[in-house]
Write a protein that binds this ligand. Structure first.
Ligand code: SAM
Ligand code: SF4
Length: 266
């Protein structure tokens, strides 16, 4: 699929839930979130149908995200359903890793290729402060579980205030280096204010070469994280929603008032 600006769109990020077992300060509002009603959340059959349609249209890279994808019941089954779709070259997941000791092997057996795991600090106290409720120990066990299960390459997502030279980020980098893991530094963004930057070590945040579409848990296809343009697969059907999203993908991001990281998945 080519958009109006000749960008090849071949990457679909699928957010399967707005729920999460952590409460990261930069992601979830302090006051808590209003959860999507269950009836609004796409079933696994509906998600698989959207992915299959997208693959027919040229998508070959799919990432499952959230919220925290591993808190959605039966997530391994969704991975199995998506991995059976012919034409996907790269099937990944972004997770905080906390539940990977339980799921890593199942996910690998279900056909998941690889995981990106979020890790912003190597200090247990700071990790808890950032995530409000998380344990660094659990996240590190999740990384080991992913490696043991062969969900490789395991990549680390590290959110930074401004740049990768910050001391916490450098400590996470030293850890990643010691384990032979790739690391991507994500500048902290604000969807509502429209502040975003390029991901260091990854492809995100570079509008001129953006190849992504996003599917929200309630079935909206979004052509851009930093825009409120969205098309409902339940109202329009998967194909039409995908076509309209590609045709109306903005040349560059501005801001989004409707969405948050915990429902579109970053
Ligand atoms: N729960 C999973 C996790 O944390 O990896 C997947 C969903 S999370 C929304 C996806 C990515 O978005 C994570 O790497 C997270 O660090 C990042 N993220 C969340 N809020 C962000 C923000 N305000 N600015 C930059 N990245 C953010
Ligand atoms: Fe949850 Fe991921 Fe958001 Fe943290 S960044 S609150 S782990 S969805």
């Amino acid at each position: 699929m080519l958009d109006r600006y000749n960008r090849k769109i071949n990457y679909l990020r699928v957010s399967v839930t707005d729920r999460c077992n952590l409460r990261c300060r930069y992601c979830m509002p302090e006051s808590g979130i209003r959860l999507m009603p269950h009836k609004d959340i796409l079933s696994y059959d509906e998600i698989t149908e959207v992915v299959r349609t997208a693959v027919d249209m040229g998508v070959d890279k799919v990432r499952i995200t959230g919220g925290e994808p591993l808190v959605r019941k039966g997530i391994t089954e969704l991975v199995r359903m998506i991995s059976k779709i012919e034409g996907i070259k790269d099937l990944g997941m972004t997770t905080n890793g906390i539940m990977l000791p339980k799921y890593a092997k199942e996910l690998k057996n279900a056909g998941l290729h690889r995981v990106n795991i979020s890790l912003d600090s190597m200090d247990p106290e700071k990790y808890k402060t950032i995530t409000r409720v998380g344990s660094l120990h659990d996240a590190l066990k999740g990384i080991d579980a992913a490696l043991d299960a062969g969900l490789t390459p395991v990549k680390i997502n590290c959110v930074v205030d401004k740049n990768a030279m910050e001391p916490e980020a450098q400590k996470v980098k030293a850890f990643a280096d010691s384990k032979g893991l790739q690391i991507r530094f994500i500048p902290q963004m604000d969807l509502h204010k429209g502040t975003f930057g390029k991901v260091i070590g990854g492809s995100g945040g570079h509008c001129a070469s953006c190849n992504r579409l996003r599917l929200t848990p309630d079935g909206m296809v979004k052509p851009c994280l930093f825009s409120d343009i969205e098309y409902s697969v339940r109202e329009l059907g998967a194909k039409q929603a995908l076509i309209m999203a590609v045709d109306n993908k903005p040349s560059s991001g501005s801001s989004s008032q409707k969405s948050s990281f915990y429902n579109i998945g970053g």
